[in-house]
Design a protein around this ligand. Structure first.
Ligand code: HEM
Length: 135
């Protein structure tokens, strides 16, 4: 019997494959995420967004790989860069991050469905908690 985590990550890898090769996906994600709060917009004021979109492409992959049992080393280092001594990313902002991601997937994945949404939410939750929990 294959585990729930492994079935979720298959669905998620396929969904991500339909979205992540188009830079518009990441442009739309950051437009949405940055509009969700002025404080979040402010955090990216001096950021090179082209570079940031590229880094996020890999960051999302790390979240999914972690749910599939990969080492937590990369996420621990993201936890450290985002913590109160680093970018000072407040724990409540991660909800906005997740909702911006799901809304962007809904817009860009042509076969998005409630099943795909649930798989995404389950697959990224442990990795997001690890980063948020490092605060
Ligand atoms: C779990 C969700 C998140 C993931 C996977 C993620 C991923 C990343 C990655 C890969 C980087 C670049 C590497 C680094 O600097 O350490 C980064 C930088 C950054 N992230 Fe996140 N992030 C997440 C949540 C957030 C949230 C909620 C905010 C809120 C504003 C945020 C704000 C930033 C900022 C300000 C930077 C640095 C930008 C710069 O270099 O100017 N991140 N993030």
């Amino acid at each position: 019997m294959r585990s729930v985590a492994s079935k979720d990550s298959d669905i998620v890898f396929q969904s991500y494959g339909r979205c992540c090769n188009n830079e518009i996906f990441f442009i739309d994600f950051y437009d949405r995420f940055m509009s969700s709060s002025p404080a979040i917009f402010e955090r990216f004021r001096e950021t090179d967004m082209k570079q940031q979109r590229h880094l996020l492409r890999n960051g999302i992959m790390q979240l999914v790989l972690y749910s599939r049992g990969m080492s937590d080393a990369k996420l621990r280092s993201l936890g450290k860069s985002h913590d109160r001594h680093g970018y000072n990313i407040r724990p409540e902002w991660y909800e906005l991050w997740i909702e911006a991601l799901i809304a962007t997937l809904r817009e860009h994945d042509p076969v998005f469905s409630p099943e795909v949404e649930t798989a995404w939410r389950r697959a990224i939750a442990p990795g997001v908690e690890l980063i948020r929990g490092a605060y």
